[in-house]
Design a protein. Structure first.
Length: 380
């Protein structure tokens, strides 16, 4: 039996996107490596085991590991449990938080385990220290792949040479169509025309919220534009539903949704209950359009051919929209709301064309991911 330790995402936080990545990676590795046992580092081991169906170990911060009562010895035992360590999940590469990165990318080498970077996201790395540290750490990996071309360009830009672009592991999630009872509990009526809006918490403290720096004016403009487009779509006969994909402070989407709804004039619905990633993917298959600022609202919609529109507030949004062939469905934060509305309307009017485009591009991503998974299986 091969044991694989996965980390890099905010597993255990209840983030639907990170859970979707882990579930997809579980499905993918189980196919590529028969009999594999997967474990993840998680902030809530019970939640990860229950939702994602994998073994979980407690994720530790540098403060915990290097405190007067250090737990680094226990952590080493976790890494020694594994035959290989996979850095995946979300966007683990950015230009701060380097101490944690040194620990988690260094322990595989210290414990003599294979280290692999699989479908990772990377944000701009500008500091000399960041370039040196990240190049040194990822240069030890047996294989490095990214989820989009922008991330690959970032890593090649700091001197990493053998980097492949594959895709996001959430593409291997299996959607679960909600039954009538689930729809009723969510406040939905079968066959009503739906538009889903998936905002994300925005803040001047961009590091705490893991997005690119945004000015107060840009944040206000994004919120106002989302409120205006929600009102417009509601007046046009669509039921507007807001879906929070993260519910843990400081990154709680429900607070952002409340701000947007306070700017609206038309009624809308917010999902109050936690929705598992597979059920959310199945639910999105029943909507006409997804207006997404959460990256995985775009990915889960795209993989089932539902048109998407977004705002380019962070490199990872542009990275996916470009890779999916949907760059023309993306507005800049400073664009007039009229252009954003036009993109949404065009998405609704050209659903069949966009569905075909999305299905094709996502299938191409899946093929590249499977090829990389087979390559990893050979390494192990």
């Amino acid at each position: 039996m091969t044991r694989v330790l996965v980390y890099g995402g905010w597993f255990g936080s209840g983030n639907v996107g990170d859970d979707a990545i882990l579930i997809g990676l579980r499905n993918l590795l189980s196919e590529a490596i028969p009999g594999v046992e997967i474990a993840a580092l998680s902030t809530d081991t019970e939640q990860t085991e229950r939702v994602c169906g994998v073994k979980a170990f407690q994720l530790r911060s540098p403060r915990e590991l290097l405190s007067p009562y250090p737990r680094i010895g226990d952590y080493q035992r976790v890494f020694r449990w594994a035959d290989a360590c996979i850095l995946s999940g979300g966007t683990p590469i950015y230009d701060y938080g380097h101490l944690s990165r040194i620990i988690h990318c260094g322990l595989p080498r210290f414990t003599r385990k294979e280290f692999i970077c699989f479908g990772i996201g990377a944000k701009p790395i500008r500091s000399l220290a960041g370039k040196y540290i990240i190049k040194s750490l990822l240069g030890q990996a047996a294989a490095v792949s990214t989820r989009d071309r922008r991330s690959m360009a970032e890593l090649k830009g700091i001197g990493l040479k053998k980097v492949r672009v594959t895709g996001d592991s959430a593409l291997f999630l299996t959607p679960r169509t909600p039954d009538e009872k689930t729809l009723e509990e969510l406040g939905l009526i079968s066959d009503e025309p739906l538009v889903a809006i998936c905002p994300r918490a925005l803040s001047l403290d961009h590091r705490a919220h893991y997005h690119a720096p945004l000015s107060p004016g840009v944040i206000s403009r994004i919120r106002r534009n989302l409120a205006l487009i929600a009102d417009y779509l509601s007046k046009s006969g669509y039921r507007v539903i807001f879906i929070p994909m993260h519910r843990v402070p400081p990154d709680d989407d429900r607070k952002e949704i409340a701000i947007i709804q306070s700017l609206m004039r038309e009624p809308s619905l917010t999902f109050q209950r936690v929705i598992p990633p597979e059920t959310l993917a199945g639910l999105l298959s029943q909507v006409e359009l997804v207006v997404g600022l959460r990256l995985h609202s775009l990915i889960l919609a795209a993989m089932i051919g539902v048109p998407v529109v977004s705002i380019n507030y962070d490199p990872k949004i542009a990275g996916f929209m470009e890779y999916a062939g949907m760059e023309d469905r993306m507005s800049e934060p400073t664009d007039p709301v009229k252009s954003f509305m036009e993109r949404a309307v065009e998405g609704l009017e050209n659903r069949s064309i966009l569905k075909s485009r999305l299905i094709d591009t996502c299938e191409g991503m899946r093929r590249r991911i499977v090829e990389e998974a087979k390559r990893i299986a050979e390494l192990l």
